[in-house]
Design a protein around this ligand. Structure first.
Ligand code: R5P
Length: 293
């Protein structure tokens, strides 16, 4: 197998190559003056199974999806046998059904497009819901980075911390973290208005007085969910409040708002390279690629 370094995940791909021992194929890329993307594989993939590592987080998620499609096409034209797209953050995954009349199912459109360019299977990380894969035209798998994030806090001395999910539906995330942290786990309740996007949070039956609490979520986008949760935890008298997310999109001033709400540290992964991506997905992805070689 060879690992193709997508422009959006160059460092991560290189770490995966180093951990697996699979040869790295660099990619030359540029954006033409009119905004169109160009990619060229700088190594042979003839007769190889390849893994293209390319996250599709903002900014430029559409451009990154097109780069991925162009790399897959180039790999197949270059004689690759099987193309696995390794997409840590899969753009449009939250539009996995028609919530309102007149909508489409964006994530299925993305998958159909990727299939057409030669992608044979997809590996992603903490997709918002596996429901997204239901109508995918190729096999797709999601793996969880929550244990890696929890381990970060164990290394910082917070073994036994309370693992909190900001939403009952994501309690499985708090439970995965609890298995590593060894403390208690719980959740808040969150309701979102589909028209306004406004959310309401409540903490029925939760008591975190005097505890170190880590809020675990798959995505931080505007930061509204974490800000609301942190306020509740501070009101309850939590001793320390941290947050950990797999995909730290942190749109606009989200980071500042979260820190201003009393969160002591924000920890994310290199699914979204940036100032909070302190945990690498490389060991997790390498393990998966080795298993399917
Ligand atoms: C939603 O259900 C997700 O798990 C996240 O909680 C949500 O996407 C976070 O969005 P925001 O940061 O805008 O509140």
């Amino acid at each position: 197998m060879k690992v193709i370094s997508g422009p959006a995940s160059k460092e991560l791909a290189e770490k995966v190559s180093a951990l697996t021992g699979y040869e790295n194929v660099p990619v030359a890329f540029k954006v033409f003056p009119d905004g169109e993307s160009y990619v060229r594989l700088e190594g042979s993939v003839q007769g190889e199974n390849v893994a293209i590592v390319q996250t599709t987080c903002p900014p430029m998620q559409d451009g990154r999806l097109f780069q991925l499609a162009f790399m897959a096409d180039a790999a197949k034209r270059g004689g690759a046998v099987k193309v696995t797209a390794v997409v840590p953050y899969l753009a449009y995954a939250r539009q996995d059904k028609m919530f309102l009349a007149g909508e489409g199912v964006s994530v299925e459109t993305v998958a159909q497009m990727l299939k057409a360019t030669g992608i044979d299977e997809l590996l992603t990380v903490n997709i918002h819901s596996e429901h997204a894969f239901k109508e995918f035209p190729f096999p797709a798998k999601t793996v969880s980075a929550i244990p890696l994030l929890a381990e970060y806090f164990v290394q910082k001395g917070f073994r036994g911390a309370f693992a909190l999910s900001p939403d009952k539906g994501a309690m499985y995330i708090a439970k995965q973290a609890q298995e590593v942290l060894g403390g208690e786990a719980g959740h808040l309740d969150k309701q979102r208005d589909r028209y306004t996007g406004q959310t309401k949070q409540a903490a029925e039956g939760l008591n975190v007085k005097g505890q170190s609490v880590i809020i675990f979520d798959d995505i931080i986008s505007t930061g509204g969910t974490i800000v609301g949760a942190a306020k509740i935890l501070r009101e309850q008298g939590a001793k320390h409040v941290f947050c950990a997310c797999v995909h730290g999109l942190l749109i606009g001033d989200a980071k500042k708002r979260i820190l201003d709400a009393g969160v002591e540290e924000i920890v994310g992964t290199d699914s979204v390279p940036g100032s909070v991506s302190k945990v690498s997905l490389a060991p997790l992805l390498s393990q998966e690629l080795r298993a399917q070689k």
